[in-house]
Design a protein around this ligand. Structure first.
Ligand code: HSE
Length: 309
């Protein structure tokens, strides 16, 4: 039966002020998934690197979307997936989304592309539900589309891919785990109107800045008066790191998704590398292990490589 390899990249959700509605796609890190179409009605998921993954497909972020997809196809088909997990779960750079998006894009390719991108995102959100208890599309949408995506609504699904500006992204992942479900549970359900007004001003400014490729406007719109003050308490060194990155030339940034990763945007690779050095120095001084990355905004999203034979 047919097989392919999917490279499913990490993503930065929220983009500071756009909780659950904005996300961008990174070049690296990316999961590698070897996916095979079979004629048995079952989904088998294995980990290539000994990383523990739920074996029951209904509980697996790659498996749950495929179960829904197969149910809709109503044919005796299945998939075998071998996952090389390079994006650590609980990192805040879209680990569950990469598994879900990689699985649905690969499956669609192997089936002869019966689904459009919006349908793939609808399936992939089933994986996010498994991971965090909530369907959100701000990681899976940029992972499928590439670039920056605006999720105007998830019910009905309304995704607007935005032109990706030529910006560089520095990401640091301190090696502590923050579960998205926990980082959501601590949020307040009510917000003062004055904070909401500042927030939607920033979201409008950020989207306009992205569309106009206006780096200064993007930078001053990267403010969050609702989520960051609460979630940043889960991330050691957050406030100091953010200030030092801006001093090093970053336009701005904040918590990546639900954390603990932190991202910063810069207009050149050189500045993004200097910002990465500041990030590294902060966590060396705090005695916390970290991984760091400098990446462009990935305009392609999940990449499929056919396997011959
Ligand atoms: N928008 C989600 C959250 C992204 O912040 O909870 C999780 O990666």
């Amino acid at each position: 039966m047919k097989a392919c390899i999917a490279y499913a990249p990490g993503t930065v959700a929220n983009l500071v002020c756009g909780f659950d509605i904005l996300g961008l796609c990174l070049d690296s890190p990316a999961d590698k998934m070897e996916v095979r179409l079979t004629d048995k009605a079952e989904i088998i998921i294995r980990s290539a690197d000994g990383y523990p993954l739920p074996e029951d497909p209904a509980l697996n972020t790659a498996g749950a979307p495929l179960l829904e997809m197969l149910q809709d196809l109503d044919q005796k088909l299945g998939f075998e997936i071998l996952i090389h997990k390079r994006i650590k779960p609980g990192s805040g750079i879209g680990s569950s989304a990469a598994s879900a998006a990689g699985a649905v894009v690969a499956a669609n390719y192997l089936l002869g592309n019966p689904f459009d991108k919006a349908q793939l995102i609808q399936y992939a959100m089933a994986g996010e539900k498994v991971a965090s208890g909530v369907k959100h599309a701000d990681n899976v949408a940029p992972c499928v589309y590439g670039g920056i995506t605006l999720i105007r609504s998830i019910a009905p699904l309304d995704i607007i891919p935005l032109a990706a500006p030529d910006l560089y992204v520095s990401v640091v992942h301190p090696q502590i785990e923050v579960r998205t479900a926990d980082a959501r549970a601590i949020l307040r359900q009510q917000i003062p109107l004055k904070n909401a007004i500042r927030q939607w001003g920033n979201i409008a400014g950020l989207v306009t800045g992205i569309l106009k490729n206006d780096a200064a406007l993007i930078g001053r719109s990267l403010e969050d008066h609702i989520i960051e003050p609460i979630r940043s308490t889960l991330i050691p060194g957050f406030k100091e790191l953010k200030e030092s990155c801006k001093e090093a030339g970053a336009l701005g940034g904040g918590i990546s998704g639900s954390g603990p990763s932190i991202f910063m945007l810069s207009t050149s690779r050189h500045t993004a590398q200097q910002v990465e050095e500041v990030m590294q120095k902060t966590y060396i001084e705090l005695g916390i292990e970290y991984h760091s990355y400098v990446s462009m905004i990935n305009k392609e999203g999940v990449r499929i490589e056919p396997v011959k034979g």
